[in-house]
Structures are given as C-alpha cells and as structure tokens.
Write a new protein. Sequence first.
Length: 394
Amino acid sequence: MTARWPSWRTDLAISLVSFVGGLVLYAAGGWRMFFGASLWSDAPHWVLLVPMTVMAGCCLLRRLAPGTAEAIGLVALAADTLLGGSLGTALIFTQVVYDACVYGRPWLWRANLYGWVAASVLAAAAGVVASGSWRGVVLGLVVALIAVLPTVTGISVRQYRDQARIQRQRAEETARLAAWERRQAVADERARMARELHDVVANQLSAIAIHATAVLSAPDPSPQLVRQAVTQIRESSVSGLAEMRRMIGLLREDGGTGPADPATRPGLASLPQLVAQARSDGLAVEVHTGGLDRTLPVSVDFAAHRIVRESLANAWKHGAGAAVLRVDVDADRVLIETANALRPDGSTPGSGHGLIGMRERAALLGGTLTAGPEDGRWRLRASLPVRHTEEAGL
C-alpha cells in the first residue's frame, strides 16, 4: 500500500511554489500593479519582496490556522499596497483567501463572503469618487478578482467536500447497519435452531433419563421393569430421531430444497400421539379439545404443536398427578391450557429454556404465554392469534 503524502508537505510545496512564482513575476517587472509609484518614493523596489515573502509564509498555516493566516495576509497586502502593490503578492493572497474559506470555521467563510463583497462595492465607489469617472469601478473589480472570486470558489469546494463527507458517513452507517442486520439474522437463526433442538431432543432425553434412573434406582429390578424401561427408552429414542429428521426438513425449507410434506409436518393433528407419549411416560392426561378440524396457518399449527408438547413435559416435570389439557381453536386464536398439582416439595426442576422457547414462539406470532405456580397448581396458558398471522403472511 502506498504511503500517504503528509499534508504538511503539500502546504510547504504550495508555499514554495507561491514564493518562486512571485519572484519570477517580480523579475519580469510585475512589481507595480495599482499605482505608478510608491507612496514612499524613497523606498527601493526590493522592499516589495518583504510582504510577498510574508504572504507566501501564510500558506504554511492554511490548515493549522487559516483565520490567522488570512489576518497576517491582510496586513501584508496592505503594506504591499502602500508600497505600490505587486502582482505576485496579490495573487498569493487569493490562495490565502481560498484556504481560509475551505479550511476555516463556518463563520470565517461567511465573514469573507459578506466582507469582501462589501469591500469591492466600497472600492468601486471610492475609485469613481477619486478618479471623477466611472472608470474608477476598476478598483472594485480588482478587489472582487483578488478576494471575492477565491471566496466563492473556496465556498463551493467546501460545500462539495462537506457533502462528500456526509455521503461517506451515510455509506459507513449503511454498511454498519447491514453488518448488524446480518449478525442479527445469524443470531435469530441460531436461536431458532437452538429452540428446535431443545424441543426435539430435550423432552425425549428427559424421558430416557427418567426411565433409566427408575431402573437404576430400584434395588433389585425385575426383568419386567427392565424390559418396560428399555421399551420406553427405545420408543423415546425413535421418536426423537423422527422429530430430528422433521426439524432438519423444516430448516431446509429456507435453503431452497422445497417445503416439507404437510403430512409429516408437526401440528395439532398429532395431538393424540403427543398425549399418548405423555401417558406412556407416566403422566395422566385429561384432554379437552375444540375446533381442531379448522385449517391453521403453518406457523401457528407448528408452534401450537411445540407448545402442547413442551407444556405436557413441563406438567410432568413441575407438577404431580393428573394434568388437564385444553386446546380450543376458533377463527381468531388458538388457546392452549395445561394444569396439574404442584410437586409436594414445591420444586420446579429444569433449566427454564423450554419456557423461554415457548414464550418466544408465542411472541413471534403476536401471541402471549404465561406459565408458573398458581393456587397450588402448575398452570400454562398460551394464546396464538390466527387472523393476525394470516394477514402477516405467516
């Protein structure tokens, strides 16, 4: 990568070129510009080189202190004018004014614009009065060329530079926003996959662990107990693998492999299987349903399936005794409720990720979900809107 040319070298180069150019103009006879003779007739011609040198030195301050450079340049120009006025000093002053408008504070270019326009008008009027002819306006034109024109040019360049900076900042903000959106999309997808993995694996592994613990805890397990536990473990394992395959199929829908088969997509149609699985795990379930024949949006149907499954798992973990499951479907919403008595010791085992996942599912669809101890029972209520989801295209 090529090293960037330092700005101070540019300033030094402009100062040296201005000084050398002024010397060339002086040598070519451009040391008299306004008047035919100096106001101090005894002053030698080379004295004009002093204000010209000071003016060239002002270019070194074009970035560091443009206002100070212009003030010093005004003093040098006034001195040069009193000595007769030289073309080189006046031309270098145009660079100083231009730099003040480009690099100075906003108030400086405004002061330059208003001040130099007023100065050119006053100079034109003074020239007419002093010469007694309209040709005296030439003095105002000289001031306009020396100061007003570089001021206008500097303002134009400054505005272009400011607009370019604003556009660059907007582009950077847009890039940062796009990067944040990409990171957010990745995080959302990871959260979704983690939620799916939990729903698919956690319940089945919990069932496997409980049945295995029951066998290991028995002091002298009978062959019938071992066979029953192994059978339940196998069924949970097979069911978990099937759910894992369905989950992978659903995740691949976004990857362009086509939608999953509706017949194999988890939904409320599999409610009898979920209840049977819960009962086989040892949870007595009393089921009350209504409106299951209605056609639901895929996202609502899938979320309801997961919530019912997780609610039964939570009733098994957090409660004791028979659980009551209600699933009501109407044109507006899907209502899911589970309730059973709390454990005698009042404990609620588990990491809480399942409840978080269910709340997220409900929130994504614009619904609500509450769960926790209530009046000595473990209760879960979920409401999933149907109309809102259909209007949103979900």
